[in-house]
Design a protein around this ligand. Structure first.
Ligand code: C2E
Ligand code: MG
Ligand code: MG
Ligand code: MG
Length: 284
């Protein structure tokens, strides 16, 4: 609306637009302050479970922001804000360092069975060519072996700035970390692209898991992704399992791993640590 006002004219005042902008600026300032410390940001951890055995094979780290006035703000709301303000860079580094530190505290680096800490990486972090150096430095500082860290990215990382991002992924693979495509099936990545990228794991988006139960179950898409993973030599993780029927269907299809409220919600570190020491507490 402001744009359409001719030159020399005042833009019409739009109180809604105004409050939206002010609110975003305020929230960005709050996030900047939260990144300076003070404990408002906290990592939660959701177990990843092997479908065949029911064993916990790792965790996904999910950031939480406990805002002093607004209460818990969902990452679905503040990650986009962090991306558009450049704060994703310090936030991403904090998430990575804290998750790796926690993994080492839990002994994940030294454990006999291989346990993996999965960390979400925003597409905007790939715009920074020093991402591999940042990851290497966090691994060196925390002492987590590279192969115990998995970086999750969405399909958009494959489809935009493809050559640049391919180079970044190849150097990340060179360090030895695992790579996963998050929310797989919701984007438009071509199979040819998928083949070129050194990806270890496909995470089947929750929307396909949802279709496995209910009045008219539809297994075609989940099965296709599991088979695609198998034929490309990639593992598969199902996201968002909430029901026994979904668990059974995915196990039958040969899907390797899963996450979801059916096993456990994302948990504060203390509770996730208890689960790791006493896996029987996982009611699966
Ligand atoms: P995502 O990486 O796909 O994470 C899975 C989301 O599904 C999480 O939401 C998790 O709490 C939720 N979830 C897990 N199991 C179930 C289930 O059985 N049912 C349902 N309905 N939901 C389930 P959350 O924690 O709110 O995170 C949302 C998104 O925000 C994440 O999606 C990820 O894209 C982003 N995100 C979260 N933490 C970080 C982070 O540290 N860094 C970055 N860059 N992004 C993050
Ligand atoms: Mg994820
Ligand atoms: Mg996901
Ligand atoms: Mg998802």
């Amino acid at each position: 609306r402001a744009k359409s006002a001719g030159s020399g004219q005042f833009a019409r005042y739009d109180p809604q637009m105004h409050s939206g902008l002010v609110e975003r600026l305020q929230l960005a300032a709050d996030l900047r302050r939260a990144l300076d410390g003070g404990g408002e940001l906290e990592m939660y951890y959701q177990p990843t479970v092997e479908l065949r055995s029911g064993d916990i094979v790792g965790f996904e780290a999910l950031v939480r922001w406990n805002h002093p006035a607004r209460g818990m703000i969902s990452p679905a709301d503040f990650i986009p804000l962090a991306e558009s303000t450049g704060l994703i860079r310090p936030l991403g580094q904090w998430v990575l360092a804290e998750s790796c530190r926690q993994a080492v505290e839990w002994g994940m680096g030294a454990s006999e069975r291989p346990l993996t800490m999965a960390v979400n990486v925003s597409g905007r972090q790939f715009d920074q060519p020093d991402l591999p150096a940042v990851v290497a430095s966090v691994l060196a500082t925390t002492g987590l072996p590279a192969e115990r860290l998995c970086l999750e990215m969405t399909e958009s990382v494959l489809m935009t700035d493809t050559e640049e991002n391919l180079a970044v992924l190849v150097s990340l693979k060179g360090i030895g970390v695992k790579l996963a495509i998050d929310d797989f099936g919701t984007g438009y990545s071509s199979l040819a692209y998928l083949r070129r990228f050194p990806v270890d794991t496909l995470k089947i988006d929750r929307s396909f898991v949802e279709r496995l139960s209910g009045a008219a179950p539809d297994a075609a898409l989940a099965r296709t992704i599991v088979q695609l993973g198998q034929s490309l030599g990639m593992g598969t993780v199902a996201e968002g399992i909430e029901q026994y029927a979904q668990f059974l269907a995915l196990r039958r299809m040969g899907c390797d791993l899963a996450q979801g409220y059916y096993f456990a919600k994302p948990l504060p570190a203390a509770e996730a640590g208890l689960l790791l020491r006493d896996p029987a507490a996982l009611a699966a």
